[in-house]
Design a protein around this ligand. Sequence first.
Ligand code: CMC
Length: 426
Amino acid sequence: MSDFAELSVEGKKYQLPIVVGTEAEKALDINKLRDESGYITIDSGYKNTGATKSAITFLDGEKGILNYRGYSIEDLAAKATFLEVAYLLIYGELPTTEQYAEFEGAIRRHTIVNEGVRTIFEGFPVNSHPMATLSSLVSSLSAFYPDSYEGKDNSDRHIIRLLAKLPTIASWSYKRAMGHPMNYPKNDLDYCSNFLHMMFSLPVEKYEVDPVVASALNTLLILHADHEQNCSTSTVRLVGSSQANLYSSISAGISALWGPLHGGANQEVIEMLEAIKADGGDVSKYIDMAKNAKTTGFRLFGFGHRVYKNFDPRAKIIKKAADEVLAKLGVNDPVLEIAKGLEEAALNDEYFVARKLYPNVDFYSGIIYRALGIPTNMFTVMFAIGRLPGWIAQWKEMRAAKEPIGRPRQIYTGATLREFVPIENR
Ligand code: CMC
């Protein structure tokens, strides 16, 4: 294969270097295109634009492959702990026993959150969406750790702090909404069990973490841990490229994740399934509405993906896990049957087949979260806890590579130069 592609425009030829990744993905390098030709490229939604080279996650949307640092998601979900995966994403290799003990121990020691953060909660309305409080309070951490923005190189300490404190803050946002006392972390518990303790234990009764619940949570967090250059991760990299500190970059990622087309879809899915159930459970009516999205404005949440055009490997694992978890916990959720019916109807419908629309990771995750006792408006927060190591890894990679500030161009389509008219003459 040639090392260059040739672009011909206005009678002139330009050579664009070809870049090939370790999994044989191909790109045209247009770094010098504007300088040499005066042209830029337009790619709304960045459907064809590679924003960076990255060694963290490989994703093949046609074959349904997702690997973190070369390890398949199937293998990791079955065999690893979430913190092992976090270490792998952030530092590039699975930890040795000693490395894991040090990493996990450091996270255990930093779970407590400054009491000042706790008092900020009091200013929020009780019914605040937990994603609103989460992004605000993660951003507020930079005020508590000013060395994060004063140019001092302490990023690893901030990484540990974020991983340790996010579950604490997340659980407090739930407790605030419930009007219940906030729990402090218990550092003798592992990462997932500690989060469950902070979410569900009450001073008035004994709470014991169910290992089935902790294990299901571990799997869900691993499945969400990274997904290369998606909307929230690109946001984290873009904000971080201005050399904004880690806390504010992650806070921006949390805001991007909240949208219903991204992480917010998991809340939308359950609300949609509930609505179908309340409407008598006729899935075909909703399939028809989705097929006429242009007039109804209705989309099947949990369906479709920008990159996966065959199946989402995470969805396969989650669907199986949903069956297992519900059976182990003895939960009979009628919404699971509606979800299965909807999936079957969509997979056999020409509209969905032609557009390669398959269930994505969010289609079944809400059903498991519900079985674990997590309230619907916390689903996207759970996604954020899972995605945190990926955001951190991508932020760290971008900073280590000294990537330039992100600054896309545009083609201007507004008015051309005109004379100012004083207000009385308009
Ligand atoms: N229901 C019905 N029609 C759909 C759906 C859907 N969920 N998704 C896409 N389409 C149609 C869309 O109307 C368009 O049809 P046409 O060609 O006739 O105009 C075609 O499929 C292509 O859609 P698109 O919007 O151009 O595709 P995209 O790659 O820009 O969007 C998506 C990807 C995930 C935003 C979209 O599929 C969607 O809105 N899905 C529902 C929201 C959702 O579940 N999001 C979670 C994604 S997975 C979690 C994560 O990582 O964020």
